[in-house]
Design a protein around this ligand. Structure first.
Ligand SMILES: CC(C)(COP(=O)(O)OP(=O)(O)OC[C@H]1O[C@@H](n2cnc3c(N)ncnc32)[C@H](O)[C@@H]1OP(=O)(O)O)[C@@H](O)C(=O)NCCC(=O)NCCS
Length: 191
């Protein structure tokens, strides 16, 4: 019964997505469409052979999420106000949060009205920091990893479980911790 409900929700959601002009999802990918919360003027692309079980939230008009080929994303969350770009051949585990903005301003005066405005369907982005996130080909993010605004994950990099990434990760390095630090370089023979 529950499985049938989820199946039907996915069918309705994929029809809704197919009707959006800026959405391109390859028929060769498996996507949990009911978890995708698209807005007008936002862009979503998913390439071939990917499995996307994550929830994707488009928080701001014009936000863009691009996911390449042969990407796996488990039960994670992508939260986008600007741009999240995920390359090819990437593994992203469960419990990960990839968010390209802070949601609120540091200055209390500038976030004091946030909840009241939400109640009326408004959001003021003027004082909220945001910056695009990019994940290079062949990267692997372990479970419960968090990527904060502006982070670029280099090609073939590995991010250890439960890390909080606040700065760019160089290609073919292993990083871990909070905030994440390089713990090892991956030698050419293992790349
Ligand atoms: C806390 C926060 C708002 C600070 O943003 P900021 O002032 O732009 O901070 P910066 O990115 O300049 O980082 C400053 C330093 O703190 C560290 N840092 C920032 N956030 C961190 C975090 N969450 N965990 C560990 N270290 C963190 C950075 O590595 C950097 O370290 P350095 O001084 O050694 O270079 C932001 O990092 C954050 O956590 N944003 C997410 C907010 C959130 O949860 N929103 C969701 C909905 S409410």
């Amino acid at each position: 019964m529950f499985k049938t409900l989820i199946f039907l929700q996915n069918i309705f959601a994929s029809r809704r997505l197919a009707a959006c002009k800026n959405v391109k999802i390859s028929s060769l990918s498996k996507v949990e469409s009911r978890k995708i919360h698209i807005k007008n003027n936002c862009r979503l692309e998913i390439g071939d052979g990917s499995i996307i079980e994550a929830a994707i939230f488009f928080d701001r008009d014009g936000a863009s999420v691009k996911i390449g080929n042969r990407v796996f994303i488990g039960g994670s969350s992508l939260v986008c106000a600007e741009s999240i770009e995920i390359g090819d051949d990437i593994l992203i585990s469960w419990g990960c949060t990839i968010v390209d903005h802070d949601s609120h301003a540091i200055d209390w005066q500038h976030r004091s009205q946030d909840v009241q405005k939400w109640c009326h369907g408004h959001k003021d982005w003027q004082f909220v920091k945001s910056s695009p996130i990019k994940i290079g080909n062949r990267a692997w993010l372990g479970f419960n990893v968090t990527l904060l605004k502006g982070v670029k994950i280099g090609e073939g990099a590995v991010v250890g479980a439960c890390s909080v990434v606040t700065k760019d990760v160089p290609p073919y390095t292993v990083v871990a911790g909070n905030p994440a630090r390089v713990i090892r370089e991956i030698p050419p023979g293992e790349q």
